[in-house]
Design a protein around this ligand. Structure first.
Ligand code: HEM
Length: 364
């Protein structure tokens, strides 16, 4: 009897434990599911709180482009560098403080990433219509799409609802894809953030506009292998680039990434590669690196053959990239000033300064 009671009590305990475990697991699954739902971005996120946000961003971008023809390219690059560094949470926009080590000074960004003032202007315009609602991370996403569209590229529905982070990751920023990486490393860096080979080739197509400094490709021009220039560089293009980037010259001189249509978002980047007219080693390697191009060359040729196929893959890649490690719901915040986390002493000062600028502008 005692044994039976012990058995039944242990059975009960066991059943109770099993039940608890089941409940805990169910609860966990529910939480996970809830988080998953919460983590989803939405095209209608600002429909009731800031319905004109996309129009406001576009208006500011058009204004900026009138004095800076390169700005669209620079802005999409900001989105790429932000998303690849701990996710699309606007960490790249944060300035140095005692607590924050700004990613702006990491190797790939320093004296290279640009457009921060334009993002400030967009944020100010958005804040004046919808105060405290739209995150800097979403502004980067909307600006990236608008930049492509305003450069004659495709338009797409941007998923929204990202929150801004409160931290930076200088080490990760230093490890962004580099023009000195080989295809194997590039593929790995894309895989690490959930992007595949087609995404790598399609997103590299953003080099259909914008500029690159001589130092990022000069090795190809003089001493690539055995003291010779890169054999996968068209000789006419080589001569032109040697003129623009002489040995021992100024490494920061700018060059069009797309020699054919430098400010238009089209598929000429890929036809350039077919003609050995890619600017960076990492561009040309997608087609020409004989030992490693098997996973990338077919997509280069597909995109060169049909611009619509490129646009479709590019949009898919941008949406995937825009989903990398996003903060949503109660995670993160909507910064008042894209350069500082909320509550930092600088954020208040910046908001006050902006407000006083706005009121003096109104007075004028
Ligand atoms: C695949 C790996 C990539 C590498 C190694 C790479 C590297 C570079 C380099 C070295 C520059 C020139 C920077 C300078 O000279 O200051 C540049 C510019 C640029 N990159 Fe990339 N990039 C990559 C992928 C991407 C992606 C995925 C995008 C966007 C989706 C992008 C968009 C741009 C744009 C638009 C510019 C011109 C920016 C301007 O004119 O301000 N790149 N990239």
């Amino acid at each position: 009897m005692a044994a039976a009671a012990a058995v039944s009590s242990s059975f009960f305990t066991c059943r109770f434990n099993a039940l608890s475990v089941l409940l805990v697991v169910l609860g966990f699954v529910t939480i996970l599911h809830f988080n998953k739902c919460e983590a989803q971005l939405s095209p209608t996120f600002y429909d009731s709180t800031c319905p004109n946000v996309s129009a406001i961003v576009r208006e500011q971008l058009v204004l900026a482009q009138s004095s800076d023809p390169r700005i669209f390219a620079s802005l999409i690059r900001l989105f790429f560098h932000d998303c690849f560094t701990d996710g699309c949470e606007a960490s790249l926009l944060l300035d140095n403080t005692t607590e924050i080590k700004s990613e702006k000074f990491a190797r790939p960004n320093n004296n290279s990433a640009r457009g921060f003032e334009v993002i400030d202007a967009v944020k100010t315009a958005v804040e004046s219509s919808c105060p405290g609602v739209v995150s800097c991370a979403d502004i980067l996403a909307i600006a990236a799409e608008a930049s492509v569209y305003l450069s004659e590229g495709p338009s797409w529905t941007v998923l929204l609802g990202r929150k801004d982070g409160r931290t930076t990751n200088f080490t990760a920023a230093n490890n962004l894809p580099s023009p000195f990486d080989n295809v194997t490393v590039l593929r790995q860096k894309f895989t690490d953030v959930g992007l595949n080979d087609t995404d790598l080739v399609a997103l590299s197509g953003a080099h259909t506009f914008g500029r690159a400094q001589c130092f990022t490709f000069i090795r190809r021009l003089y001493n690539f292998s055995d003291g010779n220039p890169d054999p996968s560089l068209n000789t006419t293009y080589l001569a032109e680039l040697q003129q623009r980037c002489p040995q021992g010259g100024n490494g920061s001189v700018l060059n069009n990434l797309d020699l054919d249509t430098p400010d238009v978002f089209d598929n000429k980047y890929y036809t350039n590669l077919q003609n050995l007219n890619g600017l960076l080693t990492t561009d040309q390697d997608l087609l020409s690196a004989a030992d490693t191009n098997a996973s990338t060359a077919p997509d280069v040729n597909r995109f060169a053959a049909d611009q619509n196929v490129f646009f479709e893959s590019f949009i898919q890649g941008m949406i995937k990239m825009g989903n990398i490690a996003v903060l949503t719901g109660s995670n993160g915040e909507v910064r008042g000033n894209c350069r500082v986390v909320n509550g930092a002493s600088g954020s208040q000062l910046a908001i006050q300064l902006r407000n006083s600028e706005a009121s003096s502008a109104e007075e004028i």
